[in-house]
Write a protein that binds this ligand. Structure first.
Ligand code: ADP
Ligand code: MG
Length: 256
């Protein structure tokens, strides 16, 4: 039985995709069987895993609309040892097209149930909005990983996400919980980062992951080579941090 996690934050550019792709690669290095689901029409996770998003035979879009099975749409990542359920711009239309369908919040959940036995972890890279796509991610998941930067406005908007998670938990998915907040793009030389980080620890306690992901240029360069940073430069500080985060997640799921 796979444990399913959404990487979500309604803000863009906060490190969701970098986290989803590199956690997938990090977990694969730890011999975990992983499926990375790209739920963002931008298809960044798809490309970051080395898959050409414009040449897809089937994608998460067809899967959610019931036109293709996950087993047909999934692909092996080019350089990582994990599978990918890819996405491209077509997915932007799914939102509207699903309005007419039954069980529109749980279409991804039903689809993932068909490959549940093939994986230890399924990671869902959510788009930067609290949309029907994100709702499908939240309905399919056991938990949410929230990446955030340690800056002054980091907490702003977090309450919207937390309220959405609470509503989904109450009405649609009683399994759903916040697994933790992950500090990303961390710059230890900045006093503000240190202060915000300390405040987060005080405020959220054990809901803050121990691993901190540093700002590291190798993580930012890797997607242009179609590789997760973990594969592109395994010795880099960013890669090492995501492998450590993978190990933390392997421990964490034992208590779920
Ligand atoms: P999101 O999916 O939330 O929009 P991304 O993961 O695409 O965010 O990250 C936004 C930008 O920040 C990208 O250009 C990415 O390469 C860069 N980035 C993310 N994490 C790091 C990091 N730890 N160090 C350096 N750059 C990062
Ligand atoms: Mg993204």
């Amino acid at each position: 039985m796979a444990k399913i996690f959404c990487v979500a934050n309604q803000k863009g550019g906060v490190g969701k995709t970098t986290t989803a792709v590199n956690l997938a690669a990090g977990l694969a290095q730890l011999e975990q069987r992983v499926l990375l689901v790209d739920l963002d029409p931008q298809g960044n996770a798809t490309m970051g895993a080395g898959i050409n998003k414009s040449g897809l035979e089937a994608s998460v879009y067809e899967v959610m609309l019931g036109m293709a099975d996950v087993t047909k749409a999934r692909q092996h990542s080019v350089n990582g040892k994990f599978d990918v359920l890819p996405a491209n711009r077509e997915l932007a239309g799914a939102e509207v097209e699903m309005v007419e369908l039954d069980n529109r919040e749980t279409r991804l959940k039903s689809a993932l149930a068909t490959v549940d036995a093939d994986y230890d972890f399924i990671l869902i890279d959510c788009p930067p909005a609290l949309s029907m796509l994100t709702l499908n991610g939240l309905c399919a998941a056991h938990g949410v990983i929230i990446p955030m930067q340690c800056e002054y406005y980091a907490l702003e908007g977090l309450s919207d996400l937390v309220n959405t998670i609470k509503k989904v938990h109450a009405k649609l998915n009683p399994d759903l919980k916040i697994i933790g907040l992950l500090r990303v793009m961390f710059d230890p030389r900045m006093t503000l980062s240190q202060q915000v980080s300390a405040q987060l620890e005080q405020h959220f306690g054990d809901k803050i992951f121990k691993t901190i992901i540093p700002r590291n240029v190798r993580l930012a360069e890797a997607p242009s080579y179609g590789m997760p940073g973990v594969t592109f430069d395994p010795a880099s500080k960013g890669a090492q941090a995501y492998i450590a985060f993978g190990a933390e997640m392997v421990e964490r799921i034992k208590t779920l």
